[in-house]
Ligand binder design. Sequence first.
Ligand code: PEP
Length: 249
Amino acid sequence: MTKKNLIVGNWKMNGGLQGNQALVQALLQAVGQPACDVAVCAPAPYLAQLQALLAASPIALGAQDVSAHAQGAFTGEQSAAMLKEFGVRYAIVGHSERRQYHRETDETVAAKTAAALSQGITPIVCVGETLAEREAGQTHDVVKRQLAAVIHVNGHCISEIVVAYEPVWAIGTGKTASPEQAQSVHALLRAQLHHAASEHAAGIRLLYGGSMNAANAAELLAQPDIDGGLIGGASLKAPDFLQIISAAA
Ligand code: PEP
């Protein structure tokens, strides 16, 4: 089975109309026809701008979150159907910043995954342990529990998801998991997916995220179960993001 790597930029709450345009123009001028799939996940107010800027380009549009609900009295939320209207192809769900600052539970993340899938949006399901959990030897238990909740609700279409392993202690800290540390968790996640959907598990893309940058991307992406990256800080600088895309080719 041929499986292209997937490189996703998570802009988080950064950007502005002018800066977004400059960043996307710099990416599109240099990216050519990338040998991997590429997406950028922009803040919600800029999705319309990004839809226009990325039209007919090899870079897909993603959102950073999606509501678990279809419509109604959920002030501040965006439904999957709304995202779909703006050409959104991917939605990050369960990012550790949302689990931490917005108290999203495993169940919420599973419901958001279902909401995205219901509209044909590919959910990028984030899992990962905190430093305290790693030091307590709980890494495997934590990521297995987080993924199990998503499989429990979405098992019938689990082959449609992307999983991002993002150790919380590596996000935005400059501390990257070693390729061996990342591969060991990716292998565990792959085995769990295999158990849930044996014939599809090999084709599900498992991204690594956590201070991935131009210097460390190639080594991480060389691991057998790492199929791409979810990139925060380095996705805001066109040269760095382009180097990561090249490393994933
Ligand atoms: C992220 O936001 O998902 C992320 C991995 O951030 P950073 O690359 O800045 O660590």
